[in-house]
Design a protein around this ligand. Structure first.
Ligand code: NAD
Length: 317
């Protein structure tokens, strides 16, 4: 049996689960509370999750699981070590959202550079009509050409964001544990983390959430950055120590932050970033254009279909 624990965000009604239904008995829940995870998995052999955690305890309590599919690129919701120990393949969807997430990082950045919505609001409120001049701006406007973009994690999305940055006339500095020197050119080079922090006007996070990257944006690293740096995070919330970022936004050390992800999602009402100045938070939507969700659905079905035929694709463990 195939169980989807939290299918709603992938398919709120504009896609079809047909592909999965053809692969076996199929149940899809819109969302699952932690207290229901074990009972809903029951003796299913294929479990599909997006953000519902699959812990070591859950895997132990559900010995029938033979396959875990994650409906996302980031697979930190699964205790992958426990899955490996139990011999369960964990498969993710590595490529569906590369272009959408890179585009979104720039949507956040361009909003910070021009305050489109803020200015559009003032026009609707009548400020332009009442203006003695032909134009006005209420927020600083910033040109990207000639600036330096530091990209932490130069994998698929990082490289796609890097190409956009280069098209805007920016210089790209990349920090990655694994380097493909063939990518280096006049406008892109790999550097150490410290060099990236100290030389970048904009820092965009595109590394996965690992122990080594958790809290990588913290007060010590922020202190190494240029004054008035812009930080974009479309990767995972816990890469940022939120109190440290809120303090830096308040002091102006960080000029603005564009965040599509936060430490706990949905965001808690008392998240310190909600009251931080110049902090633009979106509800984890970088991945979600219809085009990209269609690709995700197709790859998720192909992953399970391949597993059933004996060849595991997109396995992360
Ligand atoms: P990827 O695996 O292609 O790239 C990640 C890169 O990070 C790799 O090059 C890897 O070498 C590098 N890396 C690993 N550990 C590192 C470290 N300690 N320091 C620096 N670099 C390190 O993954 P991707 O497809 O580019 O996705 C990146 C992340 O984006 C995902 O892990 C996920 O968390 C996030 N994501 C977010 C959304 C969204 O909707 N906001 C959607 C998709 C993916």
């Amino acid at each position: 049996m195939i169980v989807v624990l939290d299918g709603y965000t992938l398919n709120p009604g504009d896609l079809s689960w047909d592909g999965f239904e053809k692969l076996g008995e199929f149940v899809c829940y819109d969302r699952t509370e932690s207290s229901d995870i074990i009972s809903r998995i029951g003796d299913a052999d294929a479990v599909i999750t997006n953000k519902t955690p699959l812990t070591a305890e859950t895997l132990k309590a559900c010995p029938g699981i033979k396959y875990i599919g994650v409906l996302a690129t980031g697979y930190n919701v699964v205790d992958v070590a426990a899955a490996s120990k139990a011999g369960i393949p964990v498969c993710n969807i590595p490529t569906y959202g590369t272009t959408a997430v890179a585009q979104f990082a720039f949507a956040q950045l361009l909003n910070i550079c021009h305050h489109i919505q803020d200015h559009a609001n003032t026009v609707k409120e009548g400020k332009w009509t009442a203006c003695p001049d032909f134009c006005y701006w209420d927020f600083p406007l910033t040109e990207l050409a000639g600036k330096t973009m530091g990209i932490i994690g130069y994998g698929r999305i990082g490289q796609a964001a890097g190409k956009i940055a280069q098209a805007f006339g920016m210089k790209v500095l990349a920090y990655d544990e694994y380097q493909n020197k063939d990518l280096e050119c006049e406008t892109m080079e790999y550097v150490s983390l410290d060099a990236l922090l100290s030389a970048s006007d904009v820092i965009s996070l595109h590394c996965p959430l690992f122990e080594s990257t958790e809290g990588i944006i913290n007060k010590d690293n922020i202190a190494k950055m240029k004054d008035a740096v812009i930080i974009i995070n479309t990767s995972r919330g816990p890469l940022v120590v939120e109190q440290d970022l809120a303090d830096a936004l308040r002091s102006g050390k960080v000029r603005a932050a564009g965040l599509d992800v936060v430490s706990t999602e949905p965001i808690k009402a008392d998240n310190v970033l909600l009251k931080a100045p110049n902090c633009f938070i979106t509800p984890h939507i970088a991945w979600a254009p219809l085009e990209s969700r269609k690709r995700l659905m197709n790859i998720a079905v192909e992953n399970l279909s391949s597993f059933q035929k004996g060849t595991v694709t997109n396995r992360v463990n």
